[in-house]
Design a protein around this ligand. Sequence first.
Ligand SMILES: *Cc1c(COP(=O)(O)O)cnc(C)c1O
Length: 383
Amino acid sequence: MIPYARQSIDDADAAAVMEALRSDFLTQGELVPAFERELAQYAGAQHAVAVCNATSALHLAVRALGLGPGGLLWTSPNSFVASANCGRYCDAEVDFVDIDPRTYNLDPELLAAKLEEAGKRGRLPDIVVAVDFAGQPCDLDALSDLRTRYGFKLVEDASHAVGAAWNGRATGSGDADVTIFSFHPVKIITTAEGGMALTNDAAVASRMRLLRSHGITRERPEMRADAPEPWYYEQVDLGYNYRLTELQAALGRAQLRRIDEFLQRRRAIADRYDRELAGLPLVLPWQDPRAASSYHLYPIQVREDAPLSRRELFDALGASGIRANVHYIPIHTQPYYRDLGFGPSDFPRAEAYYARALSLPMYAALDDLGQSRVIAAIREALR
Ligand SMILES: *Cc1c(COP(=O)(O)O)cnc(C)c1O
């Protein structure tokens, strides 16, 4: 069976985890801070906060940026539900901005128009969560301009985009107020479960650190007591336990050593799909020349003039042992969001894209033979 995505674990990865397992600390040791330093350096960020998954990274980011009850968060409907749910965790209102039909990312022109409307009505968003869909960064120049003009905070959900770049600037290097990475096994590098929040704002970073661990601190300036005993700590806010373990950090550091090899392989796979699927009744993923994608996904659309539907192509691939997938069911069409008042046809571009979308197998461990099977099965089905 060829899945749409999977991890790549080698002997060095396994050895790193075993070493951590036999060390003095299984959690709250030195490996998590080392992973944070190395990833911050890789992405060109000043601060990195490792957490147990990207969903909690999003939650910490929006809380640290001040989102709370009565607040407003906007994001893309073409994403995993976590991009929107982080607003709901804070009892804020959530709304969406439809996508650019070429990149499938939140469309900066629609965002500009919606901001202008919202400004007139006096209800601007506090946070915009921009999602780097499939690993292709959003138009961070346009988003930064709008942020300056309208004063929202920008969170970049780069769960797909570790190792990507926009206009030569590495993802996470500081275009957004906070950038989020995911280390779920289907993503670029993995820690099983895991995530990271990157920022160049020291105050936001220390607030995320505080909230990661129950809102508890042992740092003198953060505490009220002025002559604390050595064992003393204070809970100064209501936080969570969102910590990453030492075993996971060990795996993350080992994976980070292989990231360039992973990205190179993903780009080679994308190039070959681009070449060998050209001319078929499919829409292949368009790349903005300013973007360097990390190719988490290779999303195609089955065109209307194709001899079979998306569902039929999905089933034909399945019959050949190839498990494609679909990203994403538009968030606003989920029952939970319908109950909040959203409905079908609210964001027609995301819905039209979803109706024809299919994510082909894309992962560093997919070899040439495996990719040949995928390409042959698609050609055969479309004959
Ligand atoms: C995977 C993913 C998440 C959530 O990541 P977890 O680490 O599984 O919590 C959030 N947003 C997007 C766009 C994702 O693809």
